[in-house]
Design a protein around this ligand. Structure first.
Ligand code: GLC
Length: 448
């Protein structure tokens, strides 16, 4: 009897465990499906524009870091509040320029590490509307303009706030207080920080939250899980970037690009045009349109997005050099739209020496050919018959030749494609390789 009872108990325990595992597995599957669903637009968007706009544009100094690292005193930094006018600010012009670049979304600094909010936050008076001659919420009209232009809205928000009296860190070698000795004060800061995030959710309902500055505190200290929960309760479709101590949806490598294809499911490279995020007129080390297009092609070839930054002036105008880059980029993205948006990451390394993308139905390979070339380009291991090859923007078929195919072997030959000079793009040519069937690749070691 006792034995029977034991067997019964163990059986129930096993059943209990099994049902537990199944329900957690099912739960995480639902979450994963939801994440996949909400990431759809992001995955197809490929290009976003980042905007760093704040009082640092008044003197053209480093955003927030200039006082933190003591290149300028905190008082002098804050004096820039008096010079922020936004007097020539035309939000719809900004949105149009972004649209023109080909970008599908924009991320703007609602508040940087300096704590100066662009909107009329109820939780602090350190804001553009309350403390500058601009005297108005400059974020709302831009969010509206983006939506009017059918662009997704991303809000950058710095978790850390070096200006807030209850935030412990301040200058690089100076703290306001020791958090371990005064947990109440940190708790007060958290209420403020979560409160501002909540305001952003309610007022703007952004498609994407772009957090920054999580590094100064731990996941528990930020209560990162609660931040995520709060955002998703308000809008289950909101995307959260990866700078939330593991509670985000995608990775954000910064400035430096991954050399080989990252293993992350979703990622976005954020990058400046010169050497600064904000307006910094003496930094003239601009990347050329050619360099930016090359980097962009490399990013999408590896399954990522590019978030390219601009830093407007305090009056709301944008430097001609930045405008020019966005326009040149726009010319190129418009012409090559079908090879960029809504495509998949390209051929794995080894098949083609350059960036590429693949159409979602796997029937077209797009090969990105940088600059002006005189020789042929080559594809290795293409195990699907080619229907036609041409250059985007020109419908003439291109000549190609299959080399080294042995009639009785199943190993595909090498494809050599000639791209005539008169069909090449000024920046980067895209060769469209249409296939008879779905793409199949030979990944073997060669031989017979
Ligand atoms: C870094 C910097 C910040 C900048 C951000 C953009 O985290 O602290 O100044 O806004 O990168 O990715």
């Amino acid at each position: 009897m006792k034995r029977l009872f034991l067997i019964y108990i163990s059986f129930t325990i096993i059943l209990f465990h099994l049902s537990g595992i199944n329900s957690t597995q099912a739960q995480s599957k639902i979450n994963q499906n939801e994440i996949e669903k909400k990431m759809k637009w992001f995955e197809d968007a490929k290009l976003g524009i980042f905007i760093h706009w704040g009082i640092y544009a008044v003197k053209g100094v480093g955003e927030s870091w200039s006082f933190h690292n003591k290149q300028i005193s905190y008082d002098d930094y804050l004096k820039m509040l008096d010079g922020f006018t936004a007097k020539n600010y035309d939000p719809s012009k900004w949105a149009d320029l972004i649209r023109q670049s080909g970008a599908r979304y924009c991320v703007i600094t609602s508040k940087h590490h300096d704590g100066v909010a662009l909107w009329d936050t109820r939780l602090s008076d350190l804001s553009i509307p309350a403390r500058t001659p601009a005297k108005r919420d400059v974020l709302s009209p831009f969010v509206d303009a983006l939506r009017k232009d059918n662009l997704k809205v991303g809000l950058y928000f710095s978790l850390l706030d070096w200006s807030h009296p209850d935030y412990p860190e301040f200058l690089k070698d100076q703290k306001k207080y020791d958090k371990s000795k005064d947990p109440q004060r940190w708790a007060k800061y958290l209420i403020f920080c979560h409160g501002q995030i909540n305001e952003l959710s309610e007022k703007f309902n952004p498609d994407l939250f772009w957090f920054d500055g999580d590094w100064e505190h731990s996941v528990e200290e930020w209560q990162a899980a609660d931040i995520r929960k709060g955002i998703l309760e308000h809008n289950p479709a909101a995307i959260i970037n990866g700078r939330l101590m593991g509670y985000g949806d995608y990775e954000t490598p910064e400035q430096n690009f991954p050399v080989s294809r990252p293993s992350f499911r979703w990622w976005e490279l954020c990058m400046t045009m010169n050497d600064s995020w904000g307006y910094y007129p003496t930094y003239l080390n601009y990347k050329t349109p050619y360099e930016i297009i090359t980097i962009f092609a490399d990013v999408i070839s590896n399954g990522g997005n590019l978030l390219l930054d601009i830093g407007p002036r305090e009056d709301g105008t944008i430097d001609e050099k930045q405008v020019n880059i966005l326009q040149e980029l726009g010319k190129w993205t418009k012409k090559h739209e079908e090879a960029i948006f809504g495509t998949l990451a390209g051929l794995p390394s080894g098949h083609f020496y350059g960036p590429s993308t693949i159409s979602k139905d796997s029937s077209i390979i797009y090969l990105f050919v940088p600059g002006k070339i005189s020789g042929d380009i080559m594809i290795k291991g293409l195990d699907t018959k080619i229907k036609e090859v041409n250059v985007i923007g020109n419908d003439h078929s291109l000549n190609y030749k299959i080399v080294g195919k042995i009639s009785w072997s199943s190993i595909p030959g090498l494809v050599f494609i000639t791209v005539p000079e008169n069909q090449q793009d000024e920046y980067m040519t895209v060769v469209r390789v249409k296939l008879e069937n779905k793409l199949k690749l030979y990944r073997g070691k060669g031989g017979l």
